[in-house]
Design a protein around this ligand. Structure first.
Ligand code: ZN
Length: 251
């Protein structure tokens, strides 16, 4: 029952993230103001805004202009719902402190928003990196985590990605990715950040080659790297040390 409740909260949060991303991109005030259809700009009523349900009840079309609504909306809602359930389960299995509950949900919410933003607009706004970095910093301070250790992991990841951007002349990745990995390194520390980077390169390469083979993308077309970094971070945060040890046994 509690998990169902957490899932519903996740659906609503996912719906909010979708809305936040498009409003940030348009530079609009994202707290006030009702949502509008992105095609005909008609004001949406509450019946058009129920997570998941509206999308399927309206048969994925806008009620007013009949334009097709993107799959992004229900997908993000579902994934956020699932992720929230997982986070809650993970939190209960650890020492369930209120501070770690807020920390987990806040940081992973920002990671989802970064994922959507970069996927949609090939861009990561600085604020989406700075705010969770600050939250992590404060949380670590309260937990007496070795800040120096985490800072170095962030710094080395930052320099490594900066080097890639310089060598490839910014064709593969942008400065958004460079700033993002500083935060991810700081969040994960060593050796988890290695697991995150390795996983994201592996997943990115697999999907990249897949897209080229399926002729969905050309060799030169831009594929955002941020979403892969977010997936890699997710893997590393929850299974990092196990994967790292498993890898060492292979050597
Ligand atoms: Zn419309």
């Amino acid at each position: 029952m509690i998990y169902f409740f957490v899932f519903i909260i996740g659906l609503i949060a996912g719906s909010f993230f979708n809305c936040l991303v498009s409003r940030m991109e348009e530079g609009r005030d994202f707290v006030l103001g009702r949502s509008r259809c992105s095609f005909c700009a008609h004001l949406l009523s509450w019946q058009d805004l129920i997570p998941l349900l509206s999308f399927f009840l309206l048969k994925r079309r806008c009620r007013y202009c009949r334009e097709k609504i993107s799959w992004q909306y229900p997908l993000v809602e579902l994934v956020t719902g699932g992720l929230f359930v997982w986070l809650f389960y993970f939190w209960l299995s650890q020492e369930p402190l209120l501070s770690s509950l807020f920390f987990l949900f806040l940081v992973f919410s920002f990671l989802i928003i970064i994922f959507i933003y970069d996927f949609k607009y090939l861009l990561i706004p600085d604020s989406l990196i700075l705010i969770p970095l600050l939250i992590t910093f404060i949380y670590f301070l309260s937990k007496e985590v070795n800040l120096w250790h985490h800072f170095l992991a962030g710094l080395f990841s930052f320099l490594f990605f900066l080097l890639i951007v310089i060598i490839t002349l910014g064709k593969g990745m942008g400065m958004g990715d460079v700033k993002l990995v500083f935060f991810l390194g700081f969040l994960l520390g060593y050796p988890d950040i290695l697991v995150a980077l390795f996983s994201s390169f592996l997943i990115g390469a697999t999907i990249g080659v897949g897209l080229i083979l399926m002729k969905k993308k050309k060799m030169k077309s831009e594929v955002p790297f941020g979403p892969f970094l977010v997936i890699g971070t997710f893997i590393a945060y929850f299974w990092g040390i196990n994967l790292f040890n498993w890898y060492l046994t292979l050597l």
